[in-house]
Write a protein of this length. Structure first.
Length: 315
């Protein structure tokens, strides 16, 4: 069975999504050939009684311990940078990306997960209060020690990404080779600002696509690709940032292609992401088996040139 070009998002495992359901989704994902599981050390502090994260990593550790041999089948991605240092202190009081914070977070995440190395370690957000060479140097030390594999940058402006890459080359340490930003088939209006959607550095722009397409070492991951169910559920309205005529036209095209193929909107969105140029790895935050099934079907769906043209026709 070929690898699925999608990651399973574990953000709410161990909090909103209970252990039995979480284990079932993880088992389903692996049985279908899924490999990447994405979490963070701060997940999900906003849903926990303590105000701190770690529940997702702890659940994944229990799952790995109870599934002999599964560690060899999966790759674990986790993050550092946004765990609150004081309950209720987010976003002002968080760990950041200083050397000491990274050292502590790596050790804690390895212990929670019950593993000896993290396959992909994300800087969860840019920390502009910490010298960039300190952050990149810390990742480099842990990579050299074998506790980290690939290094990724999440929610970073592309100019900062390139600066981090160049600095890593100068220091002779591992360069970041993965980007994680928000992205989906629907596109927001330009110059949107706000907590839910920030167009400046939180969204995959044309510049990001061009950057990744022309540098083969980069992997591009997309979070919230299905917009928390807005493609399928009437009770999940599309965010205000996406309310413009282009959205109406793209939804019409999406409905047309989904009807022609006999699949859901969500499956088409996943196929559009996985099969595009450059290819994008969607992170699927499923809470029900049917949601994961639809996403997996999308990852295995090959859209024709004509269908891509229909989906991407000018607004």
């Amino acid at each position: 069975m070929s690898e699925l070009n999608l990651a399973l998002g574990a953000m709410e495992f161990g909090t909103r999504i209970d252990e039995k359901t979480s284990f079932a989704l993880l088992d389903q994902y692996v049985a279908e050939g899924g490999e990447w599981i994405d979490t963070a050390n701060c997940y999900a502090f906003w849903q926990s009684e303590t105000g701190f994260g770690g529940q997702s990593e702890e659940l994944l550790g229990r799952w790995l311990a109870r599934r002999p041999g599964v560690r060899e089948k999966v790759r674990i991605a986790t993050k550092v940078g946004w765990e609150p240092t004081v309950a209720g202190g987010f976003p002002e009081q968080t760990e950041g990306l200083g050397s000491a914070a990274i050292d502590a977070a790596v050790e804690i995440s390895l212990g929670r997960l019950g593993i000896d190395h993290i396959d992909l370690y994300w800087a969860h957000r840019d920390d502009r209060n910490t010298p960039l060479d300190e952050t990149i140097g810390a990742f480099g030390r842990h990579h050299a020690a074998g506790t980290l594999g690939q290094v990724g940058l999440s929610n970073w402006a592309i100019w900062r990404v390139e600066r981090a890459r160049g600095l890593a080359a100068e220091l002779g340490v591992v360069e970041p080779t993965a980007l994680q930003l928000r992205y989906s088939y629907l596109q927001p209006r330009p110059f949107v600002r706000g907590h839910i959607h920030n167009h400046r550095f939180g969204w995959v722009s044309d510049e990001v696509l061009d950057y990744v397409e022309n540098q083969e070492q980069w992997d591009l991951w997309a979070y919230s690709p299905l917009m928390t169910g807005a493609y399928e559920r009437d009770d999940r309205p599309i965010e205000e940032a996406f309310e413009h005529p282009g959205t109406t036209r793209r939804l019409e095209a999406l409905d047309k292609v989904a009807a022609e193929l006999g699949v859901s909107r969500s499956s088409v969105v996943v196929a559009w992401l996985c099969g595009g140029t450059p290819s994008v790895r969607p992170i699927i935050g499923a809470s029900k088996p049917a949601q994961l099934t639809a996403a997996i079907a999308g990852a295995r769906l090959e859209l024709t040139t004509d269908l891509y043209a229909e989906l991407d026709r000018p607004w």
